[in-house]
Design a protein around this ligand. Sequence first.
Ligand code: DGJ
Length: 730
Amino acid sequence: MPIDWDEKAGIFHLYNNKISYLIQIVHDKYPAHLYWGKRVHALQPSSILAFKRRPFSPTTEPDFPQFSLDTLPQEYPAFGNGDFRSPAYQIRSADGTTVTEFVYDSHEIFQGKHPLKGLPAAYVEDKSEAETLVLTMVDAMLGIGMNLHYTIYRDFDVITRSVSFEHFGSLDVEIHKCMSMSVDIHRSNWDWIHLYGTWGRERHIERRPLNHGIQMISSARGASSHQHNPFVALLAKDTNEEQGDVYGISLVYSGNFQASIEVDPFQTSRLSIGINPFDFTWVLEPGETFQTPEALMVYSSEGLGGMSRTFHKILRERVCRGVYRDKTRPILINNWEATYFNFNEKKLFDLADAAKELGIELFVLDDGWFGHRDNDKSSLGDWYVFKKKLPNGLDGLADYIQKKGLQFGIWVELEMVSPDSDLYRKHPDWCIHVPGRNRTQSRNQLILDLSREDVCNFLIETLTRVFSSAKISYVKWDMNRNMTEVGSAALPPHRQKETAHRYMLGLYRILGKMTKQFPQILFESCSGGGGRFDPGMLYYMPQTWTSDDTDAVERLKIQYGTSLIYPAITMGAHVSDVPNHQVGRITPLLMRCHVAMAANLGFELNIDKLSNDDKKVVMEQIKRYHQIKDIVCFGDLYRLLSPFDGMDTAWMYVSPNQERAGVFYYKTLATPNPPFFRLKLRGLRPCEIYRVNGGEQEYAGDELMNIGLTLPLINRDFYSSVYHIEAFEK
Ligand code: DGJ
């Protein structure tokens, strides 16, 4: 996967076996975007760029008036020298102006990929896995170097991009905008797709045609958010799950972001993603460097399915880290929906006893074990055991649970503080706030100011104490509100707009330290469900609580949408009680199990109160899950039927060697007098002979893929089935 540099033509070619990305330095100054897509070999790249004089498109090169930045497809465009489209960056110099003139200065190509200082990013385990190009642009008057970092992987059809600004001048400047990447894609007759939602309804898919002008999604909530995921994709009109061009970009960041596409009158689509420039400024002093978060860029000619499989692979293998990266996860019981705040030691023992009997492997104690927390009105910040509920402490509870043969885990929400807490009474200035202004509450809590080093140090000490106080194998890291009155008591006035990004840097520092110090702990991130389900969090915590909505029907859409980018091994999915606590729906236990088994299976209900019949269902499904969970966790996903299109949903996971598959089918509402239905499978070996659920009947792979698996006639609502497909050796 070399990066070739043709000095004469001024062209960089980044390629692996499947993709190519081409950049040309035009007039020795401007990095123009030539191409991103399927691998190309023989080409005359200089012929890709065509120039024509356009009225009202100014030129920086009077000797060549056909040239204008306004119409040049660019790699990292500025505003102010003739390009009137959305710029990738904007810098205010000491004289108050924002006009910059960055031009190509030099470049470096090296094997491997460097980590990003203080930020999560895709990594390599061996230098031979990737090659990196750093293109340096300089504005001599400002004294700033702008490094455009590009990495191409050998085994993933992924390019990563980020930008760093190095100040070697003498006067402070302010960065007002600095996207992680920008690319001008030829043509505009694309659709675009993104994931939107709200609490309990995260990551629903929306596909729309591109229009002229700017279309944008963003978050200004201080978190990547339930509302929009930091991801967008452009797709050809005829792209579906299996075929068609897709360009997907995802940001490895958990805070405010913006992703936008601008279509200009000459049918170019400018695609960009990065920190949300709204309410953001970064003061760069001489000698300092600012590093943007990293963007993952995936091109697929195999439709949305191909794009997802590539995102899954890079996230699973080169963004997630730690000992759990390559391990299936324990089946857990979480007491939240079983007890909410109302538990004592005896109740937890009962749940643990029942869990053991059912074959569950990990017990998770959720919210309410600390301070004097009997509801959500107090105690965040006071991370000491609530002795009324746990007289023998966390270690007493953990001992009981471990003696049963279960692992033990706890819930924390370290980033927050309750106004009713000793911590807040002692340090009222430790939360994000603006002096003299109201402190808006959400779930009766305020956010600790993680942009402050002293606050982060306090949290690191607190966590070290809590995580060392018992044998803890799992931590659910929650975060239950978004930022308001964003300001920091520790920052000077001209740096206030750095608060939200500095908060993320503080959070990443804490998470980096904790995951290093406690490598045996499996961390699951959560933000009222999936309010911070993003690649940045996955770098530290290899799974996320997908949604607080555990209804089996709602979860089909949530998990299907989430799977556009995130692999099943990163999704927490629990079987909960009926009527469901979020929507009141009653679905069979079997369907609830089957939905949760399509990700990291867990339970979140009073399992000590289950009937014998229900216990039997749970035990059987746990057994079934053990048969297929390695395929769910590490297999290739094929989405077969979308819950956004009707009453039927189906997806399947295929083992890397294509010898096994797990197929999941769900029907929400039944149809009277239904037709026969065959489910066409994907990803199998055409000439392989397979058996289904250990039965005698043999099927060729191409039969299952082209004719399909005949499903039973279904005459009831909320039907589901799981098929284990295995290659059969005669
Ligand atoms: C929100 C989470 O998403 C829930 O699962 C639960 O942990 C509650 N917080 C506890 O307060």
